[in-house]
Design a protein around this ligand. Structure first.
Ligand code: PRP
Length: 189
């Protein structure tokens, strides 16, 4: 019998495992933070769980290597892979925002040519070019994006705000909201 394969993003998975355990699927082995295993098989329900980097989850689903993927809406939007998004899991809720020092609010208002640093260049491009019609220079970073406006790399950043504590700790503000985010279930088309 064929297995149903579910791709999950490594890290921050506690609540997803809670759902599976509620359904009677034992996740103890996957919960082990020290494990280096990437594939977990449940023979009882004929399930295979694959743990990949978040940004690769939609790729596994598009090509059918996974039947189902559970990943953040931010990743689905950024990767632009072909999948059917079927369920909003209503967890890991946060917002994609344009963030910067208070002084950058005017630059956004007057649609100045500014630099935007982000881990999400496709989301940033879509927002500034297609929705706001503002020409900007997008600079791709890989993490700790809040540094960029502080050290003068960019005027603003596009990033996730969850509790807002990272912003606050770095003297930045949410200037514009791009979209709400949460964990989604996507399936192969
Ligand atoms: C994310 C995001 C923000 C932070 C927001 O970063 O990029 O920096 O969380 O959360 P908060 O509003 O609750 O403070 P992550 O922890 O993934 O690390 P990274 O910046 O290195 O990617």
């Amino acid at each position: 019998m064929r297995y149903l394969t579910i791709a999950l993003a490594k890290g921050r998975l506690g609540k997803i495992f809670d759902i599976f355990e509620h359904m009677g699927i034992d996740c103890a082995e996957m919960r082990d933070k020290d494990t280096r295993k990437l594939i977990f098989t449940n023979e009882e329900y004929k399930l295979k769980f694959i743990l990949s980097k978040a940004s690769d989850v939609p790729t596994y689903v598009e090509y059918g290597a996974a039947d189902i993927g559970i990943v953040g809406k931010d990743t689905i939007l950024e990767e632009g892979r072909k999948l059917f998004e079927v369920i909003d899991l209503d967890m890991a809720k946060c917002r994609m925002c344009v963030i910067g020092p208070e002084s950058s609010a005017e630059l956004l208002k007057h649609k100045e040519l500014i630099r935007v640093a982000t881990k999400y260049p496709n989301i940033a491009k879509d927002y500034f070019y297609n929705q706001k019609h503002q020409t900007v220079e997008i600079i791709k970073l890989h993490g700790s994006v809040e540094l960029a406006p502080i050290v003068g790399l960019s005027e603003v950043i596009v990033d996730i705000v969850e509790t807002g504590s990272t912003l606050k700790a770095n003297g930045l503000q949410g200037l514009e909201e791009i979209c709400p985010l949460s964990a989604r279930m996507g399936v192969n088309q």
